[in-house]
Design a protein around this ligand. Sequence first.
Ligand SMILES: [Zn+2]
Length: 278
Amino acid sequence: MNKHIDLIRQLDNKPNHTRLEIIVNYLKEMGIDYRRQEYATGVNLVVDLGDTGKRVGISSHFDRVPAAPGANDNSSAIAVCMNIMEKFQERKNNGIGLRIFFFDEEETGLKGSAAYTNRYGVEDLLGLINLELVGIGDQLAIWPVNQNASGALLETFERSSKAQHLTTRRFDKIVTNTADHLSFRRAGLADAFTITCISDKDIEAAGHYYSALAQGAHTEALLRILSQAPIFINYHQPGDTYDKIEEKAILMTSSAVWDTIISIPSFSSSFPSRCKNP
Ligand SMILES: [Zn+2]
């Protein structure tokens, strides 16, 4: 079994404190330093990679809802973070600055990410890519961002995904529009968004959703439409297990994020071999 899928398998159904321990052990095996941010009701893990001024934040949450094993929500994101750290380790003196987050208590009101931004602010971050449900699908949803939204990180992400022939789509006004990006936006970091892996069938369901929304459908009806999308079938359900996770979705997400990171202008000067705009 691939090591990322195996990590997700290990995390399935474990209590949140054990999930934290599994992540810590994985980081130790990789030889990666981390710090624990303890706050009133939980603990976040923060990893800084590289030695630069401002960093790009990449975030996941490690807690799960009690009803679900937590594979796609959100062990998939943990696996992507591990893969990004592996990519970082493969390069030396790369000029990149990353801050990888493993947040606690996302599911109970974004408490971990709020504890972080309340304590440390967002001044030292260039932007944030938050990862949610990145283990099933062959395209990437970016949310919540409308068609007019701009931002250096957002646009770099879209550009470098396109260069890899990956389809990205912006979504706004989704019923479930909260995730850890919100704590960062509230703290003043506008260039913060969430990405999620989706498939054609999800986009079809989204089409139904938006037309119902335009017709003024009630929240209950909207939620029923969303529950038909493959991405939501096992969402917060006992069926959210590791065997549904697609290794290629994990790798697609981490390569989209990694290519974004190395394309950021203030970082990419250390990549002379890469094409730059004239
Ligand atoms: Zn989640």
